[in-house]
Design a protein. Structure first.
Length: 94
């Protein structure tokens, strides 16, 4: 088994990130993140750590999950998550 010497991970917080949004509200969202995945790959990023995207009252920075099977409306729709994951895998952002 080959030894991994280094990995470049990018932490992405779609809620706090305003670098890309697709819903037009000025807040980062999953569709915008999907749009930027090739850019992250071209920067040399090997993988993503996406901050929790579950619905939350945000009393604890989003770690106080109120539903494990949903998505906050500000991030888009479940279809956006379903579209993001295979694109990240296709780009080898594992």
């Amino acid at each position: 088994m080959p030894q991994i010497k280094s990995v470049r991970l990018k932490r992405v917080d779609p809620v706090a990130s305003r670098y890309q949004f697709r819903l037009g509200d000025g807040e980062g969202d999953l569709a915008g993140l999907r749009f930027r995945l090739p850019y992250l790959r071209d920067l040399g990023v090997d993988g993503l750590w996406i901050a929790p995207w579950y619905p939350s009252p945000l009393a604890d920075g989003g770690y106080d999950v109120s539903a494990f099977t949903g998505l906050p409306p500000m991030l888009g729709y479940l279809g956006d998550a379903s579209a993001l994951i295979p694109v990240a895998h296709q780009l080898r952002l594992l």
